[in-house]
Design a protein around this ligand. Structure first.
Ligand SMILES: *[C@@H]1O[C@H](CO)[C@@H](O)[C@H](O)[C@H]1NC(C)=O
Ligand SMILES: *[C@@H]1O[C@H](CO)[C@@H](O)[C@H](O)[C@H]1NC(C)=O
Ligand SMILES: *[C@@H]1O[C@H](CO)[C@@H](O)[C@H](O)[C@H]1NC(C)=O
Ligand SMILES: *[C@@H]1O[C@H](CO)[C@@H](O)[C@H](O)[C@H]1NC(C)=O
Ligand SMILES: *[C@@H]1O[C@H](CO)[C@@H](O)[C@H](O)[C@H]1NC(C)=O
Ligand SMILES: *[C@@H]1O[C@H](CO)[C@@H](O)[C@H](O)[C@H]1NC(C)=O
Ligand SMILES: *[C@@H]1O[C@H](CO)[C@@H](O)[C@H](O)[C@H]1NC(C)=O
Ligand SMILES: *[C@@H]1O[C@H](CO)[C@@H](O)[C@H](O)[C@H]1NC(C)=O
Ligand SMILES: *[C@@H]1O[C@H](CO)[C@@H](O)[C@H](O)[C@H]1NC(C)=O
Length: 558
């Protein structure tokens, strides 16, 4: 580019931007923040406010406890870049810090007196409740912003910081879910300052984030603050989102003894708390979380002996009873969630050999308590036959992947939809488009193709050492079309609480039907968009029968 052209470009840039003011300062009740201006790949200008505190740093007596409101600050807080992330189990970085109850706001509305009230999409990241963060490089909001929505991404506590519980009410548990609820409340109260509509907030999340979205629907205090929800590949019914029979109390004491094995707490919660809140650093707890022997995955629990619990009952009970926020939901999974497990093919094969020798291993290990007179052997045999009868030698490993996907990821999603549809609008999808943008490139005969998390790559602008979708032109046309469809369906849902409010060429004129009792239709998002019936048939129906026939009530998860 010659000097002449460059100066013209600068001049045009200046003219455009002098036409109106971009307000980079926003006054919150807690103090003023300063954001930055940015431009999306398709030239939508937006404002970014990053790492804004929505709660006080959960340290000292607040460690492991429900969050408190932010402390006020004086002067202008810099919100032009990411600061801290919450501590992750087994993933260390200099950014990890307990002062991590931070939220990011991205808005295409540039002045803070605008009357515009755009729909708000509030994202909860996944990572098994023990890793993850809302860093901009992982969840760049540009593609969504370009469709005229405000995007918010929240951070919440993970591992022991978010999910330690002592089962006696002193540390009641679910602090990480309470963080999310506090962030939802923050959005409700303050998003209009950013041009967002507090009456149109749609929660979305994937994996543990999808499960979190589902948990927030069970929490009465969110009533009126969220208006739609998207659950991608995670539900409170998913086994990976519930502590189950593992003793949370034993985990808490084990964690402390991994820091100092010489202390005898004599099973006294008071001494345990005094030690964990006053005598140790966050880094020590983080280190201990990698050494614990009871479990390495502290998770949401049913809270006992507490007044302001987040969760009083098993998720299944709430959903079955219609005891949840009755707002429209979009919910689904990728076509073969567990395919990533075969990236270590040798380990996967040797695991399969063990299952072939011992069919009891196919029985769910969490939330499944056999009725009197029923044996694991019987149930294991039924599940084995369900997946492997008449399956050829070449495809058996692929069917093992299917069992894993269904058992761990997909059956809870279908059940969540099935239970919810009696009470609210439910749109179900299976994401089966296999493109480079999705980034798992594994084929196993007999199994589907699209693994856990591939959907995220079509939604977010991601930049890592191994992946960058900032320049969409580098991807095949079919990937770009699928990307555009997903972005359109998701933002349509945020705007209209209906993913296909009108016929559109991009969406191949489909009208995505709601799930109805006795008529389970869903959208298959493949190279084409196709309406189908009964996802994962005949497997899902058989799973339902197996639970009803052999599992003791009340169910907690599915
Ligand atoms: C709006 O922006 C102006 C200019 O940046 C700033 O002075 C003012 O404090 C902001 N007001 C609010 C309510 O955020
Ligand atoms: C924080 O500032 C607000 C005013 O914006 C005030 O009402 C509140 O009392 C302050 N909180 C504390 C703890 O000082
Ligand atoms: C964005 O703006 C740049 C600079 O003005 C221009 O070169 C580019 O073509 C624009 N991109 C789109 C998608 O409009
Ligand atoms: C430890 O304390 C808990 C809660 O007070 C109690 O339920 C449990 O029985 C105690 N365990 C032992 C071994 O004393
Ligand atoms: C915790 O710290 C206090 C004060 O330094 C000390 O008296 C106490 O022994 C410590 N407790 C443990 C269990 O290390
Ligand atoms: C939850 O459990 C309580 C008792 O702890 C019970 O009274 C209530 O009916 C249950 N709610 C649901 C939705 O099952
Ligand atoms: C398995 O194959 C046999 C022989 O073709 C057939 O009779 C049977 O119905 C098949 N079973 C299932 C479950 O498909
Ligand atoms: C996917 O894997 C196949 C077989 O290993 C390889 O030939 C192909 O280039 C890979 N595709 C991408 C997009 O990485
Ligand atoms: C959608 O419907 C319109 C009007 O009937 C038609 O012109 C168009 O070709 C259709 N598009 C697709 C992709 O089917």
């Amino acid at each position: 580019m010659g000097l002449y052209t460059a100066s013209i470009t600068l001049c045009v840039f200046y003219l455009i931007h002098s036409g109106f003011a971009t307000d980079l300062l926003v006054d919150l009740p807690y103090g003023t923040i300063k954001g930055r201006e940015a431009i999306s790949p398709r030239n939508t200008t937006f404002r970014a406010f990053q790492s804004v505190p929505y709660a006080a740093a959960p340290v000292g007596p607040l460690r492991f406890q429900a969050p408190e409101p932010p402390t006020n600050w004086t002067g202008v807080k810099d919100a032009t870049q990411d600061t801290y992330t919450c501590f992750s189990v087994k993933k260390d970085s200099d950014r990890e810090n307990e002062d991590c109850l931070l939220i990011n706001i991205f808005t295409p509305i540039l002045d803070n007196a605008s009357k515009d009230q755009l729909p708000v999409m509030l994202w909860i990241y996944g990572g098994a409740f023990r890793t993850g963060s809302a860093l901009y490089e992982n969840f760049g909001p540009e593609f969504l912003i370009e469709k005229g929505v405000v995007v918010v991404t929240l951070n919440y506590r993970l591992g022991p910081f978010g999910f330690l519980a002592t089962e006696d009410g002193l540390i009641s548990g679910n602090a990480g879910l309470k963080d999310q609820a506090q962030a939802i409340d923050w959005v409700h109260n303050h998003i209009s300052l950013f041009g967002g509509n507090p009456k149109r907030v749609v929660l979305f999340g994937q994996s543990a984030g999808g499960a979190s979205v589902g948990y927030q629907l069970l929490y009465k205090k969110n009533e009126g603050k969220i208006h739609g929800a998207i659950l991608q590949s995670g539900s409170p019914l998913s086994s990976f989102s519930y502590m189950g029979d593992v003793s949370a109390r034993a985990y808490a004491f084990d964690l402390a003894s991994q820091i100092d094995g010489s202390v005898d707490f004599k099973n006294d919660t008071g001494s345990l708390i005094a030690f964990l809140q006053n005598n140790v650093t966050g880094r020590q707890i983080d280190k201990a979380s990698t050494l614990t022997t009871v479990t390495s995955r502290p998770l949401p629990v049913i809270e006992q002996n507490v007044k302001n619990a987040f969760l009083y009952n098993g998720s299944y009970e709430y959903l079955q009873a219609g005891d949840f926020l009755k707002i429209p939901i979009m919910i689904g999974a990728t076509s073969e969630e567990a395919i990533y497990g075969t990236s270590d093919m040798d380990a996967f094969k040797s695991s399969f050999e063990k299952y072939e020798k011992k069919h009891e291993k196919f029985v769910p290990t969490k939330g499944f308590h056999l009725k009197e007179g029923i044996s694991n052997k019987l149930v294991g045999e039924e599940i084995y036959n369900l997946y492997f009868t008449n399956v050829s030698a070449e495809e058996r490993l692929g069917y093992f992947v299917r069992w894993k996907s269904d058992n761990n990821y997909i059956k809870p999603m279908i059940k969540h939809a099935d239970l919810s549809t009696k009470f609210t609008d439910v749109y179900f999808y299976i994401f089966s488009y296999d493109g480079i943008m999705g980034n798992w490139n594994i084929t196993v005969p007999g199994a589907g193709l699209v693994g856990h998390g591939e959907d995220d790559r079509y939604i977010w602008k991601v930049k890592s050492s191994s992946f960058d979708n900032g320049d969409l032109s580098k991807f095949p046309e079919a990937d770009r079309i699928t990307h555009e469809r997903i972005i359109t369906l998701w933002t349509n849902f945020a705007k209209y609480l209906n993913p296909t409010p009108a016929a559109s060429d991009l969406l191949q004129n489909i009208s995505w039907p709601k799930v109805e009792s006795g008529n389970f239709q869903y959208l298959d998002i493949d190279t084409d968009l196709v309406i189908r019936k009964d996802p994962k048939s005949p497997y899902y129906a058989t799973w339902s029968r197996i639970y009803d026939q052999y599992n003791k009530r009340p169910f907690t998860i599915f």
